[in-house]
Design a protein around this ligand. Structure first.
Ligand SMILES: [Zn+2]
Length: 496
């Protein structure tokens, strides 16, 4: 039994590695999955040891904002949360007299994955020089409830040349709690068709246009994923003025639509409209870009009914406006930056002068550093990013509102496997639907068919007063012949 479970575990990890390799193929930092640890003998991989005269000083991870993991050989405390399922960059800061030498950066993770990334040494790493650190992309799929890692800067050589200062920690893995659970931020765009000027204008809600909004939210919000779609346009005859007239009515309509459409409680509704042909035409004399009721009570979740916001859809300002307004519907007040802020709307707890972000940021979409002088998205200034303060605050809200991805229907329905307390299968049925409420994936199953094994996320529901429970998995295109899944430490095998 034990050996079968271990085999299953290895296969699942192998699939994760494949997905990870695919996800990062197009990325600027070249990270590869190292598969040297196959137990079947294999090729003559070069022997890599800690590079001579390299001294690791600091390790930091970036999922939007710098979070220091260790400094000068000791674990570092940080207020910046880690988020499960969210892509990350790990930077290793070092010093060395051997500038110009090519090395291999490596991270070993608690899951058993080993990721390698080539680098050319410089004398001294700096925060502002992305190229001065050894950088390793860690796909979100490899960040779970804890982040357990060891980094090394390696070169070829015999074991006796190993330099202990080029590894951190010296032995074993350093473990950090991942505060943010896997969570998906869901937004429905509600385009208002502008008829007041007879134009019938609707903002571009094509897939590429939506993707721009989705990526902006993904950059700034501490979430594992952003799901976005557009609902059907709403014909609207009321005028929407740059001075704020006509906005209330849109908000009230949106509030009603969100209830009427029957989306689940975690979904945010965003009204979007273009009351002129262009942004300069609308905003020539100054203008309102968006409006949201501050949704701060109760602080942990806000009011579900107020998960609504509205703003203009002009491409120059639309994505930042959406990120800002949706911040208000997460209960965030203004960062003190820019003209025209109502003093009562300023967040008195915001810690950085001038509404600046206060720490180094990093764009996980485009692979770029963001200097600490950029300003928080909740202000009115330009050059916006997310501060450490609001990154944490958005997570504190999001973790209570955004549910993780549940079992995903691939269009073939679901299968239900009932098991007893011993993990024995008592029934295996195809079912058309699963309970309407969003559910939490908590198992990974190997699914076998005539075309070979694949892997799917699913959910185990426990009976409350009986041992055992139900496993729900999506059906795949091929007829399933066998399912293997570990539930409560027991291997469950369903066979047809
Ligand atoms: Zn605002």
């Amino acid at each position: 039994m034990l050996s079968i479970r271990m085999l299953l575990h290895r296969r699942v990890l192998g699939l994760v590695a494949l997905i990870a390799a695919f996800m990062w193929a197009a990325c600027s930092v070249e990270t590869t999955i190292n598969d040297d640890d196959d137990d079947g003998g294999g090729g003559q991989a070069p022997n890599l040891v800690g590079a001579a005269d390299v001294n690791i000083r600091e390790v930091a991870i970036y999922q939007g904002i710098k979070r220091t993991l260790s400094v000068n050989g000791a674990i570092a405390a940080s207020e910046v949360p880690l988020v499960a399922g969210r892509d990350a960059l790990v930077r290793v800061f070092y010093s060395t007299p051997r500038a110009g030498t090519t090395v291999t950066g490596r991270i070993e993770l608690g899951s058993g994955e080993v990721l390698d990334s080539p680098a050319v040494l410089v004398a001294e790493s700096t925060d502002e020089g992305l190229e001065t650190t050894v950088n390793i992309n860690v796909p979100g799929a490899l960040i779970g409830a804890t982040f357990d890692y060891r980094v090394s800067i390696l070169e070829e050589g015999p074991n006796e040349n190993d330099n202990a200062a080029a590894h951190y920690p010296a032995a074993g893995l350093e473990s950090h709690v991942v505060e943010g659970p896997q969570n998906t931020f869901r937004v429905v765009m509600a385009p208002f068709q502008y008829n007041a000027d007879g134009s019938g204008r609707v903002p571009d809600m094509s897939e590429p246009a939506l993707e721009v909004y989705r990526q902006r939210l993904m950059q700034l919000y501490p979430v594992s994923n952003v799901e976005m779609r557009a609902r059907a346009p709403i014909p609207w005859s009321g005028a929407i003025q740059p001075n704020g007239q006509g906005w209330q009515e849109v908000g009230i309509e949106l509030f009603g639509l969100r209830n009427q459409d029957g989306e689940s409680a975690d979904v945010y509704y965003y009204a979007i409209f273009n009351p002129a042909d262009s942004f300069p035409q609308f905003c020539g004399q100054g203008c309102l870009l968006g409006v949201t009721l501050l949704n701060a009570d109760p602080p942990d979740v806000g009011n579900p009914q107020l998960r609504v916001a509205l703003g203009v859809g002009f491409p120059e300002v639309g994505p930042d406006t959406a990120a800002h307004e949706l911040g208000h519907s997460h209960g965030r007040e203004h960062a003190n930056c820019g003209p025209g802020l109502d003093p009562n709307s300023i967040d008195q707890n915001f810690p950085h002068a001038g509404g600046q972000i206060g720490t180094w940021g990093y764009d996980i979409i485009n692979g770029q550093l963001m200097p600490p002088t950029m300003t928080d998205i909740m202000g009115y200034c330009d050059n916006q990013w997310i501060s450490d303060y609001n990154f944490r605050a958005l997570l504190d809200r999001g973790r209570n509102v955004n549910l993780p991805d549940g079992v995903v229907d691939e269009g073939h329905g679901y299968q239900l496997i009932a098991i007893d307390g011993e993990g024995q299968v008592t029934a295996w049925k195809d079912v058309g639907t699963v309970p309407a409420a969003r559910i939490r994936n908590n198992i990974t199953a190997a699914i076998f068919s005539d075309v070979g094994p694949t892997q799917r996320e699913g959910t185990f529901f426990r009976y409350d007063h009986l041992p055992g429970g139900w496993i729900i998995l999506p059906k795949t295109e091929q007829e399933t012949t066998r399912i293997e899944v570990v539930v409560d430490g027991k291997l469950v095998v369903a066979q047809r």
